[in-house]
Write a protein that binds this ligand. Sequence first.
Ligand code: KIV
Length: 261
Amino acid sequence: MIHRTRAAAIRDRKGQPFATITAYDAAFGRAAEAAGIDLILVGDSLGNVVLGYPSTVSVTLEDMERHGAAVVRGTERSHICIDMPFMSYEASNEDAIRNAGRLIRCGAQSVKLEGGVERAERLAAVVNAGIPVIAHIGVGPQTAALDRGFRRRKDRDRLLADADAIAAAGAFAVVLEMVDHEIAREITQRIPIPTIGIGSGGGCDAQILVLYDLLGFSSFIPPFAKPYVNLFDVVTGAMRHYADDVAAGRDPSDGPSERKV
Ligand code: KIV
């Protein structure tokens, strides 16, 4: 029987650099696993990059269940963490536990939720129900969309308090999003769980990128995300090639014409 990477194994990677990535379907989950990335986040960035919403607040628990289960089906060994979407954990500990349980029933090994001091109680409730949790502090896209915006967080006292609170509440790792690089380094040295940076500099234990940013496929790529390929051009080039073949009366089932894409 094949075992998936467990939360405890990820917690034990503190101090060893590792890469994580988002995925939203079985095909890209399979690709991430084949690339040796064994912590895959089904992020609610799903809303922006796949579903075409302006922010993550429109994403529902049902969206996360459907896409989370797809990533689970496309993988065998990887640890799959599914994001808890906006308003699936804020109202009560009971809501948070029940909804986290629905995501775990999709085959995930953990869930992620946004917030620091103000969400530590919810996080602890989910952990105490037996569900491993990744925390997410700094810019929280769910609330940033409604309030503070996507500005880099530099409020050191608040960030340190958030980091202490989520570590004490039992998170096994924490995403630091758009945190001042020096403060991110300080948090990494301060707390006993791996920090997973996005736009927070090289001082974090691990890094995460939104898959479609890495592939050069997002309609907006944030300045901190380095595309490793321009897949949008590759894909549109292939589609154009196919359309040209058909327009010229060539049968696409014979394979592509010689033109390079
Ligand atoms: O939803 C997401 O993709 C995320 C990453 C930015 C960490 O939360």
